[in-house]
Ligand binder design. Structure first.
Ligand code: ZN
Length: 319
C-alpha cells in the first residue's frame, strides 16, 4: 500500500545500532527487564512501535548503555517493532513505519487472537505478555510534521493525571484513538477508568529532529521519577531535567477518517494550528468539504498518509 512519501525534513538523528540489545534478558528478543529488591510497580517503557521513530530507540539505548536499574519495583525496556526499525533508511525515511501494517492499530483481542497474520502482528502477539505484565506504560513516539510535542492520554482521567505527573510536554491530549484499530496505549486495563494501570504515549517532536530524542530521554526519567523508581541524582546524571511546564489539556472531539481515494488539505498544516471560526473548510474528501465543527478548533497531527480508512487529522479544543 505505501507509496514513497517525499521527505522535506532534515534527518538530524542517527538510528542507533540496537543489535547488541537483541538477546534481551527476559526470554524474548529486544526485551530487557530489571527487578529491584524493594517492591514497587512494574514499569514498561516501549520504543519503536513505529519503525521510523528514532527518539525512543535512542532513549532506551542510552538507558541500557548507562546500566540504569530501578531502586524499587520492576522496569522493562522494550524495543517493539524492531523489524520495521531495522528497515529504516534515511533516503526513504517514511517507508519503515511498519513492515506490513501499523503495529499501533492491533491492540484489541479480536485482532491479537484472530486469524490475521503479518510480521507486525506476529511481533505484537509475542510481546503481548510483556505488555500485560506491566502496571504502567510509557510509549515513546514522534510525529511526521514539526509541531510541539504532545502527550496522548486517551480518555481516562488517570492518564491525564500521569501526564501531569510527568510535567512535560505542555499539551496533553484526551482522545479516543483511531477508527483503523486500537493503540498499544489503549490496550486492556490501561484505558479502563476502573483499573489502576496507566499509560501515556508521548509524541516527542518531528521524527528526525534532535530535540525529539532529548525529550524522549527526559520523559523516561520523569516517568521513572514519578513512580519513585530512580532517585534524583541518577536522573540528573543522565539528562538535565528542565522545570515542569504549565500544561493544558486538548480535548479531541474526533478523528477525521478518510472516506475516499482523493483527500486533500486546503493548505499545509503541521498540527496544533488553531482555526478561529466554526465552519472553516480545512480539507476536501473527494468533493465533500471538511469543516471545523466549533470555534478555536485545534488540528492535531495531520498526516501525509492520505489513504482511505486512515485518520487524516484529529480535531479538538483546549479545555
Ligand atoms: Zn508513532
Amino acid at each position: 500500500m505505501p507509496e514513497t512519501i517525499e521527505n522535506p525534513y532534515p534527518i538530524e538523528l542517527t538510528a542507533p545500532d540496537i543489535d547488541r540489545w537483541q538477546a534481551g534478558n527476559a526470554g524474548l528478543d529486544w526485551i530487557w527487564r530489571f527487578r529491584a529488591d524493594a517492591p514497587g510497580p512494574h514499569l514498561l517503557i516501549s520504543a519503536v512501535v513505529h519503525g521510523n521513530e528514532l527518539c525512543g530507540a535512542i532513549a532506551l539505548d542510552r538507558l541500557l548503555e548507562a546500566g540504569l536499574r530501578p531502586t524499587r519495583g520492576t522496569l522493562t525496556l522494550a524495543f517493539m517493532n524492531v523489524e520495521a526499525y531495522r528497515n529504516f533508511d534515511p533516503a526513504d525515511p517514511f517507508a519503515s513505519r511498519w513492515v506490513e501494517e501499523d503495529f499501533n492499530r492491533l491492540w484489541d483481542l479480536e485482532t491479537l487472537e484472530g486469524p490475521r497474520d503479518s510480521a507486525d502482528l506476529r511481533r505484537a502477539r509475542s510481546v503481548r505478555p510483556v505488555v500485560e505484565a506491566a502496571d504502567h506504560l510509557l510509549d515513546l513516539h514522534s510525529m511526521q510534521q514539526p509541531a510541539a510535542p504532545v502527550a496522548l492520554a486517551g480518555m481516562a482521567e488517570k492518564n491525564v493525571a500521569l501526564a501531569k505527573g510527568l510535567g512535560v510536554p505542555e499539551v496533553i491530549v484526551r482522545d479516543r484513538g483511531h477508527a483503523a484499530g486500537r493503540r498499544l496505549r489503549d490496550y486492556g486495563p490501561f484505558d479502563d477508568a476502573a483499573r489502576p494501570s496507566t499509560s501515556l504515549l508521548i509524541e516527542c517532536g518531528q521524527h528526525w529532529e534532535a530535540a525529539a530524542a532529548d525529550l524522549a530521554l527526559e520523559c523516561c526519567l520523569r516517568f521513572l521519577r514519578h513512580f519513585d523508581a530512580i532517585d534524583a541524582e541518577t536522573a540528573a546524571a543522565l539528562a538535565p531535567l528542565a522545570p515542569s511546564v504549565e500544561q493544558k489539556v486538548l480535548e479531541i472531539s474526533g478523528p477525521v477518517t478518510i472516506q475516499s481515494d482523493s483527500f486533500r488539505f486546503v493548505r499545509p498544516f503541521n498540527g496544533l494550528e488553531v482555526i478561529p471560526e466554526t465552519g472553516t473548510v480545512i480539507a476536501y474528501d473527494d468533493e465533500t468539504p471538511i469543516t471545523t465543527p466549533y470555534d478555536d478548533c485545534v488540528l492535531l497531527m495531520p498526516t501525509r498518509r492520505l489513504w482511505k480508512g486512515q485518520t487524516a487529522v484529529r480535531l479538538g479544543r483546549y479545555t
